[in-house]
Ligand binder design. Structure first.
Ligand code: PEP
Ligand code: MN
Length: 241
């Protein structure tokens, strides 16, 4: 599984999709609605971005994941995407969670940056309680006093979730660390600890990315990552799709 941060243009998306196709990745993620810390940062392309993602699906056969940030964008995301992402900042936006629970598409729910395990699981419960049982969780790092990474990737939450819930848990080592050089080592660790999938930000020109370039890896680096984590999964008798 993979992704990029934002949908920036048709050319950017199609180029990254082309380069990722041989890696065997199944899902392609790009944000058309970006929840940015600053209102002056790139906010995403909106519906034209969703249309670009639909084009990537048609051309390359990937399933599409993209984030909904409010009710309005959720209506559109539900229409265009294969998986609806609810981001960390909205993990406890209960009305949005309920709306996602009424959607007819699977939901990827990211852990809030200071959410406890209970809060994370209860947020998922809001979606399930509305009748949508296709929910995937995603650990993306929490805020700690660590001063060397954007967030602290809490890999111990993976076995903790497995003990308490039947829901699949994915790991996002890109937001979890914020730095490109940490993405491969933490991806290896995530698979070793039992993660059911990875969300990795990939960009063919990370220095020119409109968001999260520092944590984006190159498609060639992603190919190496994908080969390595498959080997780790093999050793553990698990399969990565
Ligand atoms: C993202 O996945 O692009 C994103 C904004 O992540 P998070 O919600 O985990 O910060
Ligand atoms: Mn991002």
């Amino acid at each position: 599984m993979t992704r990029r941060c934002a949908v920036e243009s048709e050319a950017q998306c199609l180029e990254i999709a082309r380069q990722l196709k041989p890696t065997g990745v199944r899902l392609f993620r790009g944000g058309a609605y970006k929840p940015r810390t600053s209102p002056y940062s790139f906010q995403g392309l909106g519906e034209p971005g969703l249309k670009i993602l639909a084009q990537v699906r048609d051309q390359y056969g990937f399933g599409i994941i993209t984030e909904a940030i409010d009710h309005e964008s959720l209506d559109l995301v539900e229409k265009y995407a294969d998986v609806i992402q609810i981001g960390a900042r909205n993990m406890q936006n209960f009305s949005l969670l309920k709306r996602a629970g009424r959607a007819r598409k699977p939901v990827l729910l990211k852990r809030g940056m200071s959410a406890t395990l209970d809060e994370f699981l209860m947020a998922a419960e809001y979606i399930l309680a509305e009748g949508n049982y296709n929910v995937m969780l995603c650990e993306r790092g929490v805020r700690t006093f660590s001063d060397f990474s954007r967030n602290t990737l809490d890999l111990a939450v993976v076995p903790a979730v497995k003990k308490r819930s039947h829901l699949p848990i994915l790991v996002d080592p890109s937001h979890g660390t914020g730095k490109r050089h940490k993405v491969l080592p933490l991806s290896r660790a995530a698979v070793a600890v039992g993660a059911d999938g990875l969300l990795v930000e990939v960009h063919h020109q990370p220095e020119a990315a409109l968001s999260d370039g520092m944590q984006s890896i190159l498609p060639s680096e992603f190919a190496e990552l994908s080969a390595e984590v498959r080997q780790i999964a093999d050793v553990l008798d698990r399969k990565i799709n």
